[in-house]
Ligand binder design. Structure first.
Ligand code: B3K
Ligand code: ZN
Length: 876
């Protein structure tokens, strides 16, 4: 694959007016007749040929206006169909007939079969695996779809839009026709056919239209779709209330399938979901599963406006729909749950996934300018940093003006394939502000580092804050411009109240936001009667690293007095990280780590504070992860030292807090039936955090085994099983519990995924052997992406001591797996390979092993473009 550049964008020579597709479904030879009406775009070369994309297609017919095209007027190659001598000014109809083999489609792109169900995935470039087509997001048309199939095997025939009608044919076949009036790009096309159960409901939109809601799942699993349906209705209501966006067809359908490369897909009116993000009940789903379902159902639904009604001009603009839609789903979840706890979880995720990407060889801007394989750009930078950039627009303009800008965007660009520049312009027009410097957030890769120092002068009653920003070089971007960084802040006084300055000099401050726009800038606040404590980047207003050597006294002041819970959590993290790093250095250098009375006392104070919500206390007790510590070091990492140091501190906390943890564990039992609401989930989280600490004390395994045996919901079951497996991997309690769990849930694929993941994340060098053995287990299904991710992905992404074992065997194992998976499913292989993205930050001997394993992959002769692209960028 060659490199595609944003600068080369130009519109197509032909305008597509209408699409009419007929599918004759067959497991190994499906026939597709595509009738496409085009006209030549005004002002383009009247001799230009029509160029259509294709991939692994067999062409069995080609006509213009119903007449066969003579062979000398067209060429077919592996990737293109080129047709010449087309009419200069009149519209014409091209008929393309192709034959494809859904059963043989292991890439899960285009039309494929999963558990006997026909299903499609077209984003980004899967439609070209169905028929020859201008397969790019700026070609929009209304679609009419006819599906013909065997009725007994496929009672259900679904596509986008509204149902037109259907009927029976001879030989046991039947057909259904669908029409989607909203012009859409091919990546939003979907077809599903098979035999599935359905859960139905209705929604009345704000202008009184009734929408039929249907969620299709495997027969027998209908009760497990109730929560997804509830989340869907709440999402539809929320988008009306918050953004004035109403649904626009008379039916909205979701299909859950078990083989899917990602989470879900927002096809117009017919979302296709990984069943992991649809199916839930108390017995089989954790609180995290419920939260994920709610967020992803909302995300895909919100795409109906941000993605579908307004789509992307080209794939460089991916963040236009993804970053914006993640922001919308974050806001939705924050409104449904606890805003502060949701924000903590978002920032944890951003720092764990996006910061390492931005600091390593795969760093790219939120709006990239070149790619080789677009599937490799569905990244946390495009999604999560893209969301943070949208959030910053709201922070810079204020919530009301942001809403006005969104209204302008929906009004101005409905029906368009738009760009990031179009989007930003709407906010400039709504606010009258120039967002040129702000837009660097879309164009400059890398996480800015802001260094802070403060000074208080009692004579002049001024408090000054000096800030300096730098952004490190990233691939292709050696030099960076200063960015506009909106920093939420508060000045906390001794008595816990907030100071309000009588004047500000040195820069722009609006409300509670300080705008850093220069490379170095000092803000001076006047009328401050006593030395305040600065709380900076409140709510994580900007996705940056802060270098601010705040005293532990000041941090403790924030922990106790900040009205903003997120800022309290941030301050606790800032207290804990240096302690964990110091302990890591001690372990590495063979010293005994010092006791950490102050940190431990503070954590226990928060843990026992019943005025704070349990979910927040659970987040605090989780401490920074091993990956957080590694990221903070940035280089020369030894995962074993990090693990040992962190375990030592956890054990110290457990000892000091035994009484507190006993109380939490016994008192936080939810009364009555299980409910997945945020408050109940928070109590479970805190109780399980206590259980985890208690495992460091005498009788820990017995207690965890008892907890495991007495749970009535999957959250508690998984937490107890994780404690057993991770803390006592070799003990009989663990073997018994793993065995009992397998026996009970062996018929439930999604629960089995958890069984594999727990074992794959057992710390230590011996887990590799366990992972290899589990690959031979009859329950391991190599063709199922969820299963591969749960075993191999959990191991490589979430088990630092197991994967990065000192002898490099973990990396060699991954290289073998990549080479085995790539020929069948390149997207899955490429995604797994990104678990190596931080290899250069390892200590030299592990880094050498990692490089050698990567070179093994690089040397392979027939890599997919997906893996080729990642391995070359990662090694560069
Ligand atoms: N838009 C899809 C992702 C498609 C990934 C293609 N490799 C799901 C989502 O972001 O909502
Ligand atoms: Zn999305």
């Amino acid at each position: 694959g060659q490199i595609i550049h944003l600068a080369d964008y130009r519109p197509t020579d032909f305008v597509l007016e209408r699409v009419d597709l007929t599918f004759e479904l067959d497991p190994t030879a499906t026939k597709i007749e595509a009738r496409l009406i085009f006209h030549r775009r005004e002002g383009t070369d009247p001799t230009a040929p029509l160029i259509l994309d294709g991939d692994e297609l067999s062409l069995s017919g080609l006509l213009i206006d119903q007449n066969e095209i003579p062979a000398e007027r067209y060429d077919v190659t592996a990737e293109k169909l080129v047709i010449r001598d087309l009419p200069e000014s009149t519209p014409f109809e091209v008929t393309v007939i192709t034959i494809i083999n859904p059963e043989a489609n292991t890439q899960l792109m285009g039309l494929y079969r999963t558990n006997g169900v026909y299903c499609t995935q077209c984003e980004a470039e899967g439609f070209r695996r169905i028929t020859y087509f201008p397969d790019r997001p700026d070609v929009l048309a209304p679609y009419t779809i006819t599906i013909i199939a065997d009725k007994a095997a496929n009672p259900l025939l679904l596509s986008n839009g509204n149902f037109l009608g259907g009927g029976n044919y001879d030989e046991g076949r039947h057909f259904a026709a669908w029409f989607d009036p909203h012009p859409k790009p091919s990546y939003l096309f979907a077809l599903v056919a098979g035999d599935l159960g359905v859960v139905e409901d209705t929604f009345e939109t704000m202008s009184g239209n009734e929408v039929a809601l249907k969620i299709y799942v495997e027969h027998g699993k209908e009760p497990r779709a109730a929560y997804a349906m509830d989340a869907l209705k709440r999402s539809m209501k929320w988008d009306e209330e918050r953004f004035g966006r109403e649904y626009d067809l008379n039916i909205f359908q979701i299909v859950a399938v078990s083989d899917f490369n990602m989470g879900a897909m927002e096809n117009k009116g017919l979302n296709v979901f990984n069943d992991k993000y649809v199916l839930a009940d108390p017995e089989t789903a954790t609180d995290q599963d419920y939260a994920n379902i709610e967020a992803i159902i909302a995300h895909e639904y919100f795409h109906n406006w941000t993605g579908n009604r307004i789509t992307c001009r080209d794939w460089f603009q991916l963040c236009l729909k993804e970053g914006l839609t993640v922001f919308r789903d974050h806001e939705f979840s924050a409104d449904q749950r606890s805003r502060a706890v949701k924000r903590i979880a978002e920032v944890r995720h951003l720092k764990a996934e996006q910061f390492p990407e931005d600091a390593g060889p795969l760093a790219h801007p939120v709006r990239p300018t070149a790619y080789r394989e677009i599937n490799n750009f569905y990244t946390t930078t495009v999604y999560e940093k893209g969301s943070e950039v949208t959030r910053m627009i709201q922070t810079v303009l204020g919530r009301d003006t942001f809403k006005k800008g969104m209204d302008v965007y929906f009004e101005r660009h409905d029906g368009d394939a738009a760009t990031v520049e179009d989007f930003v312009k709407c906010f400039e027009d709504a606010s009258g502000k120039d967002l040129k410097q702000f837009s660097l957030w879309y164009h400059q890769a890398g996480t800015p580092l802001v260094s802070v120092s403060t000074a208080y002068d009692s004579a002049s009653q001024t408090f000054s804050v000096s800030l300096e920003q730098t952004v490190q070089a990233t691939p292709g971007q050696p030099n960076k411009e200063p960015m506009h960084i909106p920093l939420g802040f508060a000045l906390l006084l001794d008595n816990g109240s907030l100071a309000s300055a009588s004047s500000v000099k040195g820069g722009d401050v609006t409300g509670e936001v300080l705008h850093l726009t220069e490379r170095a800038q000092t803000f001076t606040f006047g009328g401050i009667g006593s030395r305040p404590v600065l709380s900076l980047n409140r709510g994580f207003s900007a996705p940056i690293n802060l270098h601010f050597e705040q005293s532990s006294t000041d941090l403790l002041h924030i922990v106790r007095h900040e009205p903003d819970l997120f800022a309290r959590w941030q301050a606790l993290t800032d207290l804990a990280l240096p302690v964990l790093m110091k302990a890591t250095r001690d372990v590495r250098d063979g010293r005994q780590p010092e006791p950490q009375a102050e940190l431990i006392a503070t954590l226990l104070e928060v843990a026992a504070d019943d005025t704070l919500e349990p979910a927040f206390r659970a987040q605090v007790l989780a401490l920074p992860s091993e990956a957080d510590i590694a990221r903070e070091f940035g280089s020369n990492n030894d995962p074993d030292a990090i693990h040992a140091a962190r375990q030592g501190i956890l054990a110290d906390i457990a000892k000091a807090g035994q009484a507190t943890f006993e109380t939490l564990f016994t008192s936080l039992v939810n009364e009555g039936d299980f409910t997945p609401d945020a408050a109940s989930a928070g109590r479970r989280a805190l109780r399980n955090a206590a259980l985890s600490y208690l495992s460091y004390l005498d009788g820990g395994a017995t207690r965890a085994a008892e907890a495991f045996a007495s749970t009535n919901n999957m959250t508690d079951t998984i937490q107890a099983l994780t404690v057993l497996a991770h803390r006592f991997p070799g003990q009989s309690e663990t073997a018994n519990a793993l065995g009992a769990f397998l026996k009970r849930f062996q018929d439930n694929a999604l629960v089995l995924d958890k069984w594999f993941a727990i074992q794959a994340t057992i710390p230590g060098a011996s887990t590799l052997a366990r992972v290899k053995a589990l690959m031979e287990d009859p329950h391991f299904v190599a063709s199922n992406p969820n299963r591969v991710r749960s075993l191999i992905g959990s191991f490589t992404f979430s088990n630092p001591t197991g994967f990065s074992r000192a002898d490099g065997e973990g990396y060699r194992f991954l290289a073998q797996q990549i080479l085995a998976i790539d020929p069948k499913n390149p997207q899955l292989a490429a995604r797994l390979l990104t678990s190596m993205r931080s290899w250069r930050s390892l200590e030299p001997s592990r880094a050498a092993h990692a490089e050698a394993a990567l070179s093994e992959i690089d040397k392979a002769l027939s890599l997919s473009t997906d893996v080729r692209d990642i391995v070359e960028r990662i090694l560069k």
